[in-house]
Design a protein around this ligand. Structure first.
Ligand code: OXD
Ligand code: MN
Length: 599
């Protein structure tokens, strides 16, 4: 059944179908009956494996090709009319050349296959801040994941309506041969178009997530006066019932999902403190009628990294995966058809299937140095499963943001927490964000990688223009702007030990941040901004002293000057690549930082 009369949608669909030549076109209406039939079909074909329906009701398993297990930044393109619009840190190709290349790849790619038409809404259907996409795909796995990660179906088409000028994002995905040499993930920001080919891995094919909700949306936001950010959203409830909302941006794999679902230390729980999750990965930020910044989570599920998720590290994420979840590239316990991954517990299954599909003895396999689950194996879990999901999750107006936090993994440089002087300085703090590589990844340890606002792989236009947009938003927000902070949970002492316990204890830092927002606590101004007075970070119940907190808050001026001037990884060097496009305010802030450090 065709779900729309919108002539713009139908014309585009015809053009794509004529190119891909599917044997059948199926509209996804969002009904459970249709999704159930697709699950059955995918189990029949082997695309999905049904898991234990008592222990993991409604859960399925999927395995991707070993060459197709992660986002591919080197094959991701921003095709703006000119190269300068895409900027120096995005891959670029002229749109006409890219369309020609892609059209050749898509031609006949769905012969003998079904093209599914998925209407989806990023954000609650009908929210003034939500946006609509339509993804065409030949993968049932994509349909079923999109059904968890976004709001799909007929209600979305009804919301779009019949006006051919109504805005929607055109998304085309063809699995093709999953050939890594011909894999392309392409955004055409000026055309509201996303094209993905030769992959079946989530981040490359669930086109609502990184491709739309960050790359295309960041570009729309610049033109329409809002922001799309790689940020979690959490609500912190005080014993008196007041809830303040915080957005936080950390580079991929730096613990956004863990912070979003934080469980406070016991002594704070007893006092009545709670944390509520609005989102774990993406925020869309709009200025509300009262002039404050409001956040919605455009997603409806969590596409989380499984390894490392346990009862201890993230109880709420684990609980979220107990029903109606799709697991990708984890290990299977064949004794009871449940799932396992490194870090879940200390009992790898003996009768296991590892992520590539080989039957192995789990403990022996691990002892030989192998991994049962791929390090980037994932769960796709509905947000409604999360025990701490916020009551505001579906609020079409979003939640008012009190604080924005940036952060990274820095062994030495950044203190546990500091506050920027104002929005402009906060924009600079975000723009100069960096994280260090760990021993877990191949290559040198401790190498600084710049990842501005955690948006390096996700900004849909020139990063320098994006900083300019941040500055513009700050001007519009004026004194209603959220306060901007920077945190570092990963500081190490001279022996290489982490100095801060992290996880639930990060709540202690959030409480200081909210006190600063409410003007309830003083801070010391230093070269880089405002740092806490050590005694204002609550250490109740921790095996730490005020001196330990002081050590976490020290600023080593030489380390900071190196961060500014390092010829390979320094801020100056990083900014230089943007040439004239760099906003003057960012150059001014850099000069101020250097002068402060030399004073
Ligand atoms: C993600 C990422 O998958 O940031 O969320 O890579
Ligand atoms: Mn992310």
């Amino acid at each position: 059944m065709v779900l729309t009369k919108n002539t713009a949608v139908l014309a585009w669909l015809k053009e794509m179908a004529d190119m891909c030549q599917p044997s059948e076109i199926v509209w996804i209406d969002g009904s459970e009956a249709q999704l159930d039939a697709l699950r059955a079909e995918a189990v029949e074909s082997g695309e999905l494996i049904k898991l234990n329906d008592e222990k993991l009701p409604g859960c399925y398993y999927h395995r991707t090709k070993p060459n197709d297990v992660a986002r591919v930044e080197d094959r991701t393109f921003i095709c703006t009319p000119t190269e300068v619009e895409a900027g120096p840190i995005n891959n670029w190709m002229a749109p006409a050349d890219m369309y020609a290349k892609l059209n050749a790849l898509y031609t006949g790619s769905m012969v003998g296959r079904t093209m599914y038409v998925i209407p989806y809404s990023m954000g609650p259907v009908g929210s003034p801040f939500s946006k609509i996409g339509i993804e065409l795909t030949d993968s049932i796995y994509v349909v079923l994941n999109m059904a968890i990660m976004t709001r799909i179906g007929k209600a979305v088409m009804d919301q779009l309506g019949d006006d051919p000028s109504a805005e929607f994002i055109k998304c085309l995905h063809a699995k093709k041969d999953v050939d890594p040499e011909e894999r392309y993930i392409v955004q055409f920001p000026q055309d509201n178009t996303i094209m993905s080919v030769n992959s079946a891995y989530g981040g490359n094919v669930l086109l609502g997530k990184k491709c739309f909700a960050l790359r295309i949306a960041s570009y729309l936001g610049k033109n329409q006066g809002w922001m799309a950010e790689h940020m979690l959203i959490l609500g912190l409830e005080k014993p008196n019932g007041e809830i303040n909302y915080i957005c936080a941006a950390f580079p991929s794999a730096c613990g956004k999902t863990n912070l979003a679902m934080l469980i406070p230390p016991e002594y704070l729980q007893k006092q009545g403190y709670k944390v509520w999750t609005v989102g774990d990965d993406i925020s869309w930020l709009n200025i509300g009628p009262d002039g404050r910044l409001y956040a919605i989570n455009p997603e409806a599920g969590f596409f989380g990294v499984a390894p490392g998720t346990s009862v201890k590290t993230n109880f709420n994420a684990l609980e979220s995966t107990k029903k109606n979840t799709i697991f990708t590239n984890v290990a299977i316990n064949n004794d009871d058809m449940t799932v396992w991954w490194e870090g879940l517990d200390k009992n790898p299954p003996v009768n296991a299937t590892e992520w590539k599909g080989a039957k192995v003895n789990g403990p022996e396999y691990i002892a030989s140095g192998e991994k049962l689950a791929h390090p980037n194996s994932r769960f796709t879990a509905p947000a409604v499963n999360c025990p701490c999901i916020s009551s505001e999750f579906e609020n079409p107006q979003g939640v008012p943001v009190s604080a924005i936090i940036f952060g990274g993994r820095r062994a030495k440089c950044a203190p546990l927490v500091y506050q920027s002087r104002d929005w402009q300085h906060g924009t600079f703090v975000g723009a100069t964000m960096a994280s260090e590589t760990t021993a877990a990844a191949a290559g040198a340890v401790g190498v600084v990688r710049r990842d501005p606002m955690a948006m390096k792989p996700f900004v849909g236009y020139n990063m320098a223009t994006y900083w300019g947009h941040w500055l513009e938003m700050g001007k519009k927000l004026g004194d209603k702007a959220p306060k901007i902070f920077h945190v570092n949970w990963f500081r190490k002492d001279d022996d290489g030990n982490f100095m801060w316990p992290g996880f639930g204890d990060n709540m202690r830092v959030l409480l200081w941040i909210l006190k600063r927002c409410a003007g309830e606590v003083d801070a010391d101004e230093c070269a880089i901004g405002y740092i806490p007075k050590a005694e204002d970070i609550d250490i109740t119940g921790l095996d730490m002293t005020v001196d330990d907190i002081k050590a976490l808050l020290t600023i080593d001026k030489n380390e900071w000057l190196k961060d500014v001037n390092d010829p390979d990884t320094g801020i100056k060097q990083y900014f230089a690549q943007f040439g004239d496009m760099l906003p003057k305010e960012m150059a001014d802030e850099l000069a101020k930082l250097e002068a402060n450090l030399n004073a």
